[in-house]
Design a binder for this molecule. Structure first.
Ligand code: SF4
Length: 350
């Protein structure tokens, strides 16, 4: 299979050009065609010689995704199922906010983490997505909708920190001013809590937003919801979060999905306020998305509001995430799960 030219950041593309006997400025021209002009063939690169275009065609591919399915919610949220050209499919979601368009991208084909409330659990993990495949999700939607996307969140299928190198390189590609030029502050990485990778990310000193899927302050309850907690418990996770804040001076966003009669009473809110006391953070309360055969049920609106108000009263900034796309397969992995004909047991969490 030819190499995906979108996998290369600009510095790497310059090296590729040198290996083809071309000048470095050629790399900038090609990078611009791909990332800014969003071309789907090398022949559209009209300021590149026909000889070089032929060389590119011989060695590389532009890896343009096919749209297998597109669902549109009444609230305007659009969910895409893409064919990633090797028989696998991934999901991406486009949301429109007052400040512009945000895309939620997948980082892996499937997920090894096994969170019990997630539709990706129960579908076999296939592989990591490459950097180019992460970036192509944004490019494909920009082509389809003829828009410019201003924010990107790694909250789709997969654990982004389990695909660390490709995710970091994708961010480098997205950041580049000669391409998409998306500032790191417009990018959020959401993790289930891979502690060693949180330390590594802190040391990169990037300005991305880090979101932690916390969901409970009790190790017992969190382990029931998220098996990753058996490997990295809440105490270790919070230590890593404090390190992240100290190194980056960035506020962490803690995701807390409220499940009825599980983690949504005021005792839980009290524990959470104690855990986060004095931290530079924000709590994002999420009405849990019920998945097929899942045991968790969405908390009542009344409980969600009480929970938020309790945290706010204790000085913890908490907001309730607006439910987008509730009339389509909104929960991460639901659309892909429907498309995967044979559901095989998920792999053991790491
Ligand atoms: S919630 Fe995220 S980390 Fe957990 S199984 Fe789903 S995709 Fe993986």
């Amino acid at each position: 299979m030819k190499k995906n030219i979108k996998d290369y950041n600009l510095d790497e593309l310059k090296q590729v050009m040198a290996s083809l006997g071309e000048k470095p400025y050629r790399a900038e021209q090609i990078f611009k065609w791909i990332m800014q002009d969003n071309v789907t063939s090398f022949d559209e690169m009209t300021n590149i010689s026909i000889e070089l275009r032929d060389k590119l065609k011989e060695n590389f591919d532009l890896h343009v995704f096919n749209i297998l399915k597109k669902q549109e919610s009444k609230d305007g949220t659009k969910k895409y199922l893409f064919d990633v050209l090797d028989g696998n499919a991934i999901e991406s979601v486009l949301m429109e906010y007052k400040h512009g368009f945000t895309i939620c991208v997948s980082s892996q084909i499937g997920c090894k983490m096994g969170c019990k409330f997630c539709a990706s659990t129960g579908v076999k993990f296939a592989r990591n997505l490459s950097s180019g495949e992460i970036v192509e999700q944004l490019l494909a939607i920009q082509r389809d909708e003829n828009i410019k996307i201003s924010n990107l969140v790694f909250m789709g299928i997969g654990e982004p920190l389990d695909n660390y190198d490709n995710v970091m390189n994708a961010i480098k590609i997205l950041n580049n001013q000669k391409g998409i030029n998306m500032g790191a502050r417009h990018i959020s990485i959401s993790t289930s809590g891979l502690v060693p990778k949180i330390y590594k990310l802190a040391d990169e000193n990037m300005q991305c937003t880090l979101s932690i899927s916390l969901h409970s302050c009790s190790n017992k309850k969190r382990s029931e919801m998220m098996p990753v907690n058996d490997v990295y418990n809440i105490e270790e996770l919070m230590k890593a979060c404090r390190y992240y804040i100290q190194k980056t001076n960035r506020r962490i966003s803690f995701e807390y999905a409220l499940a009825k009669d599980n983690n949504d009473n005021l005792n839980d809110a009290e524990e959470l306020s104690k855990l986060l006391k004095g931290m530079l953070c924000h709590v994002n309360l999420i009405p849990i998305n019920k998945i097929e055969n899942g045991k968790y049920i969405k908390s009542t609106n009344e409980n969600i509001i009480k929970f938020r108000d309790y945290l706010n009263k204790k000085g913890i900034v908490a907001t309730i995430r607006r439910e987008l796309g509730s009339d389509i397969d909104a929960a991460c992995g639901q659309l892909r799960k429907k498309e995967v004909e044979k559901c095989e047991p998920t792999q053991e969490p790491i």
